[in-house]
Design a protein around this ligand. Structure first.
Ligand code: 3AM
Length: 178
């Protein structure tokens, strides 16, 4: 089985900016450079046959390149405890439009449609069950604003869960139309 998701790989200078933010939160498991990505659509566990179908369906997606920039920081909670610390991106509309195209491609090959609201973000850190105290981090980086960068492609990634957490492996890249 393959655990798949579709994501944008931020360019090196944006990743360097993100890595420079990663300090000062106890209990944070900071993402490393290889792990930094902007999820467009989580797919989950599929067999080889479905993985090939997904790769083919994604190849049929047409989208024009667009620019986004880092914008602010935020967090997700699970069971009332902070679970994920992330950097935001703007504008969200072209990302949401691409998310919908990818969702339609997934549905076309028999996957369930996305049921959760899509909030584009780049995960910076994850937390164990004890969570973490992130208020100073959120206050310090509320004004985060990066230089615009072009989204000219997206990737199909495989997530492999190992002893040290998940590693992410780009297995296919899909280019914008023009
Ligand atoms: O982009 P991030 O790092 O927030 O949280 C997981 C990660 O998102 C998310 O998919 C990305 C690659 O692993 N993810 C994992 N399980 C998920 C699920 N069941 C999920 N997203 C939605 N539903």
């Amino acid at each position: 089985m393959y655990r798949l998701f579709v994501a944008i790989r931020p360019p090196a200078e944006q990743r360097a900016h993100l890595l420079s933010l990663m300090a000062g939160v106890e209990g944070a498991r900071w993402q490393d450079d290889d792990q930094l990505h902007l999820t467009l659509r989580f797919i989950g566990e599929v067999d080889r046959h479905s993985a090939n179908d997904i790769a083919d369906a994604l190849a049929g997606i047409r989208f024009a390149p667009f620019d986004i920039h880092l914008d602010g920081v935020g967090s997700f909670d699970r069971k009332g405890v902070v679970d994920t610390l992330w950097a935001g991106v703007q504008p969200r509309d072209p990302l949401a439009a691409l998310h919908r195209k990818i969702d339609r491609a997934c549905v076309s090959i028999g996957l369930e449609p996305e049921s959760r609201a899509y909030l584009p973000h780049i995960t910076l850190a994850r937390f164990g069950r004890a969570g973490g105290f992130i208020d100073p981090f959120l206050a310090r980086h509320a004004g985060l604003s990066g230089t615009p960068f072009r989204v000219g492609s997206f990737h199909l990634y495989e997530s492999r869960i190992g002893h040290g957490g998940a590693t992410y492996h780009p297995i296919e890249e899909y280019q914008a139309s023009s």
